[in-house]
Design a protein around this ligand. Structure first.
Ligand code: AHR
Length: 341
């Protein structure tokens, strides 16, 4: 029954896309052979609606690609993918559409942690399991089946620990260190976790002074803008913590535009999160000091979870991805050759 409604929805989509009148239903005569075979092929597939945040960063694009290349027809999935263009309201609308289409599973990559109770309750009432991926949701845990993603707090702590060791290596452990932070989208798990994790280490170092933290929304343009404002206000910044690589790229541009230098042999140390290929290039170029990995390759894990669930199995509620960090003391050129994103 669910499948029939879904296929009806998909048929309407195909008909509308083809410029036909919107009143047709699945089964109406007039479907092309291609449409008909699409429908027939869908019958044996696991239908999954994926709500993705948008395309704000290299990391996000790698995540989307990983999901799309994992939930393929060859692997037994019919994927309905929705890009929410950075708006939670679009994500809520997408999830409601998935419910109306009676998909088998919903995968939600939530932009922020709060505001999901009502729509996840609707999915639960409709009997559709929800897999939360990447960032987390702050709801009663019965409202979703499991979550898979990164340990953002640990990433923040690792960055703080790295900075402490690096300052010690430079003999600056007792010097006053002036920091600024480019935060991610406020209320997103990646922002909350990285900020809190780093703050734990910050607290242990009285000589570290956090001058200001402001959101650059995980984008390069906003990162550059906010770093530009910091540089106008404070002329002696020692360290900038960038809660993702794209904001770090923007920060590097702003630092150079202000006539300052950054990286291991510059005036301002740049610490970043994600460790996408372009961050490796920036470390090799001497612009970024260290990148703390956040693994975007969630697709295979999501596929595995959906395969287990659809064969009646159970999965762990919380599933962390494996992560590490990279800095300019490493053989980055060789490591880069093995990177998948
Ligand atoms: O939630 C993961 C974060 O979102 C990544 O660090 C960032 O690049 C992305 O936009």
């Amino acid at each position: 029954m669910g499948r029939r409604i879904l296929l009806c929805g998909l048929t309407l989509f195909f008909l509308c896309a083809a410029g036909c009148s919107a009143g047709k239903k699945a089964g109406d005569s007039g479907n092309s052979d291609r449409e008909q075979s699409e429908l027939e092929a869908s019958e044996n597939l696991i239908v999954v609606g994926v709500s993705q945040i948008g395309a704000e960063s290299d990391w996000r694009n790698a995540c989307t690609k990983s999901i799309k290349t994992s939930l393929t027809r060859e692997n037994g999935f019919y994927l309905i993918f929705d890009d929410a263009q950075q708006k939670q309201e679009n994500q809520i609308k997408a999830v409601r559409n998935f419910i109306l289409q009676e998909v088998d599973y919903i995968v939600l990559c939530p932009i922020v942690e709060t505001g999901w109770d009502a729509v996840l309750q609707e999915a639960r009432d409709a009997g559709i399991p929800v897999v939360v991926a990447d960032r987390q949701v702050d709801v009663d845990e019965d409202l979703y089946t499991c979550w898979v993603g990164a340990d953002f707090r640990k990433e923040g702590e690792t960055a703080g620990g790295w900075l402490a060791e690096e300052l010690e290596r430079q003999g600056r452990e007792d010097e006053e260190i002036r920091l600024v932070t480019l935060q991610g989208t406020v209320g997103a798990s990646a922002q909350i976790g990285r900020t809190e994790g780093f703050a734990r280490v910050l607290k242990e170092h009285e000589n570290w002074k956090m001058l200001e933290m402001a959101s650059g929304d995980f984008t390069q343009a906003k990162g550059e803008e906010v770093m530009g404002e910091f540089l106008k206000k404070y002329d002696d910044i020692d360290v900038v913590i960038c809660e993702n690589d794209n904001m770090a790229f923007g920060a590097v541009d702003a630092i150079k535009a202000a006539g300052k230098t950054c990286g291991p042999s510059g005036e301002i140390m740049v610490l970043s999160f994600d460790a996408v290929s372009a961050a490796f290039e920036a470390m090799i170029d001497g612009d970024i000091n260290a990148a703390f990995e956040c693994n975007p390759l969630l697709g295979p894990k999501i596929r595995e979870i959906l395969d287990i669930l659809s064969s009646g199995g159970t999965v762990d509620k919380i599933q962390y991805m494996e992560e590490t960090y990279f800095d300019t003391s490493m053989d980055l050129e060789n490591i880069l050759k093995t990177r998948m994103y």
